[in-house]
Design a protein around this ligand. Structure first.
Ligand SMILES: NC(=O)c1ccc[n+]([C@@H]2O[C@H](COP(=O)([O-])OP(=O)(O)OC[C@H]3O[C@@H](n4cnc5c(N)ncnc54)[C@H](OP(=O)(O)O)[C@@H]3O)[C@@H](O)[C@H]2O)c1
Length: 302
């Protein structure tokens, strides 16, 4: 099958990961990067030296889809620019509930007017996490779903770790290992010249940590760690009743830009089969996200 040529619009966090992933892809090709005029003078990393960089998507020679990686406030304008030139789009604006519906309706009007498909909300959340939420709810109807966006940070344990001599800043998370045992992950930013071993021993020896498996990780900066790593705990409990009690748990730690980029690329594979109009991930066939690998995926995951 002929690879699908895609443009990445906006070279920020998500755009850069999309472009990187496209360079590695076998069935998708990075046709160009579209940047603001102000950014055109900034050179891209060496890996992209053969990739055209332009200021308007209409300047790209062969393009069958555009991944919109611009700020949410710019998404509709960027979408309009693509759709009016007959270029299908994938976007991942962080909108939920009624705001998402209104955005989708607006995108639908544009896409219908220009007779082109558009995929909306194809990131991590909304996106992949919406698929998990929806599947959990199908399996446990009439239950309730709880989402927490940071995996069990333990303030008490964090405060204790901060008191150890030589620790500048600390963050302690807790989670359950697959065998049910509680694990504590303690991240510590050390004062200059302080040896990590002494601090690790002191934390592990504290009575607060003695009963749990405690892993201590020295890091450069706790502030940077808090920015980078996102976590989620998604729990669905079925309503108790004569059908038994179902419970589902998804625990994940990840780089949100990376997951968003992966979902946008997967969604792009579905573009050639779509009718004009706006589509969310829930409208797409799961097999279409695998592109030419759908048979292999069916064999592996069904
Ligand atoms: N669904 C999800 O889970 C999820 C998660 C994260 C992000 N997102 C979405 O992904 C998109 C990109 O997010 P990001 O984190 O990559 O954003 P970002 O790091 O701020 O990058 C956005 C890029 O867009 C370009 N841009 C165009 N017009 C701009 C303007 N007026 N102001 C600033 N930048 C402008 C810039 O690239 P150039 O300099 O190259 O022009 C900029 O680097 C957003 O729509 C966001 O909502 C979704």
């Amino acid at each position: 099958m002929k690879p699908l040529c895609l443009a990445v619009v906006g070279f920020g966090r998500v755009g850069k990961v999309c472009a990187d992933a496209l360079l590695d892809s076998k069935d998708l090709v990075l046709a160009a990067v579209v940047r603001r005029l102000d950014s055109l003078a900034q050179s891209l990393p060496e890996a992209f030296r053969k990739i055209p960089v332009v200021s308007h998507v209409a300047q790209v020679q062969t393009v069958e889809g555009a991944l919109l990686c611009v700020p949410m406030t710019q998404v509709l304008d960027a979408a309009h620019e693509c759709l009016q030139h007959g270029i299908p789009i994938v976007e991942s604006s962080v909108l939920h509930g009624e705001a998402f519906q209104a955005h989708r309706d607006e995108m639908h009007r544009l896409a219908i007017r220009h007779k082109v498909p558009a995929i909306v909300g194809a990131g991590w959340d909304p996106g992949a996490l919406s698929l998990f939420r929806s599947l959990f709810a199908l399996l446990a109807p009439e239950g309730y779903t709880e989402t927490s966006h940071r995996v069990g940070v333990s303030l008490h344990h964090t405060a204790m770790a901060r008191q150890i001599a030589g620790v500048k800043e600390a963050l302690c998370t807790e989670q359950r290992a697959t065998n049910g045992r509680r694990q504590r992950y303690v991240y510590v930013e050390l004062e200059q010249g302080v040896g990590a071993d002494r601090v690790i021993d002191a934390i592990r020896a504290d009575p607060l940590f003695l009963n749990d498996e405690t892993l201590v990780f020295p890091v450069e900066s706790i502030a940077a760690l808090e920015q980078e790593g996102r976590g989620v705990l998604l729990e669905r409990r079925g309503a108790p009743g004569r059908l038994g009690h179902q419970q589902f748990l998804l625990e994940a730690r990840f780089d949100e830009s990376l997951l968003t980029a992966h979902m946008m690329l997967a969604a792009a594979r579905a573009l050639p089969q779509l009718k004009p109009g706006a589509h969310s991930l829930l409208d797409l066939q799961l097999s279409s996200l695998w592109g030419e690998q759908h048979k292999k995926a069916e064999g592996e995951w069904l």
